[in-house]
Design a protein around this ligand. Structure first.
Ligand code: PTJ
Length: 257
């Protein structure tokens, strides 16, 4: 995926104290150069980075709990769909495809800054990483989510529109509430526990997507052998408000150091 011509990874010494963070930036810059990521996606990443810094750049115990609940919900769902935008496609295409395979989820491209070219590029990168079907490409099967005005309202009639559980990593705006109003359960990954999406989702994983999607894959592999009651039990022990409050508490604690 990384375009060697524009890849600055070689300039990052492996012993640089922020090597990991700089390498993640390069994935986004390469994604931007190849047309997967919009310029606004680079800004969105900067906001995410700031929260990650405050969270200590590691997956908290609350995020681990949310990951376990999210894996359970995906495994229990009848029609789970993973919504993929430009940043997600640039940062972790292989893990997203693996998560879809492990949980029996469909993959759908859904873009705020939608163009047909980006839909195609994102579907291509997912297919290159093993996806067989990618929904949300081409206008023909699009239907609109009620109450939404952004481009995110255009969803595939066979994907998000029919889904009972929708996974929306790195989401903006008010689609989460609109999906909940359609009686769907919504899972998000968002480093900002105060975002509208985090605050309204059924399960909010307050963590960096590059850490939490691989962890979700690992957890789904472990949980898929459990029976339905055990998965329901994990879900009933999870409280999203408690998870959000404690994620904020970590940020508050670190900023008072
Ligand atoms: O590809 P498109 O056209 O669908 O556009 C995608 C972006 C990300 C540009 C669009 O959805 C957007 O503008 O998003 P926002 O409103 O900036 O929200 C993105 C949220 O994701 C913010 O709350 C960020 O803190 C968070 N975020 C950014 N990077 C990460 C992240 N959360 C987890 N992991 C990250 N790496």
């Amino acid at each position: 995926m990384i375009d060697n011509h524009n890849n600055n990874n070689n300039n990052i010494p492996s012993n640089h104290p922020r090597a990991k963070s700089l390498a993640i930036r390069e994935l986004l810059v390469s994604g931007f150069t190849s047309g997967l990521v919009v310029s606004e996606g680079l800004i969105a990443h900067g906001r995410g980075e700031a929260f990650d810094y405050l969270l200590g750049e590691k997956t908290s115990t609350y995020a681990f709990d949310a990951i376990k609940a999210a894996a359970s919900l995906l495994l229990l769902a009848e029609r789970p769909v993973i919504s993929v935008n430009g940043n997600t496609a640039a940062l972790c295409p292989k893990d997203v495809v693996e998560l879809a395979n492990e949980t029996g989820s469909l993959l759908e491209v859904n873009l705020f800054y939608r163009t047909n070219n980006r839909e195609i590029l994102i579907a291509e990168i997912l297919k290159k990483n093993g996806a067989s079907i990618v929904l949300g490409v081409g206008q023909k099967k699009f239907v609109k989510i009620p109450e939404l005005t952004s481009n995110r309202r255009h969803v595939d009639s066979e994907g998000i529109f029919l889904a009972d559980v929708v996974f929306v990593p790195l989401e903006d705006g008010d689609r989460t509430q609109a999906l909940i109003n359609m009686n769907k359960k919504v899972i998000t990954i968002d480093l900002n526990p105060l975002s509208r999406t985090s605050q309204t989702a059924t399960i909010s994983i307050i963590d960096n997507i590059v850490r939490s999607i691989p962890e979700l894959v690992k957890t789904a592999k472990q949980l898929k052998h459990m029976n339905k009651n055990s998965l329901l039990n994990i879900l009933s022990n999870f409280n999203n408000q408690y998870n959000l409050d404690n994620s904020l508490r970590i940020i508050r604690g670190r900023s008072e150091l």
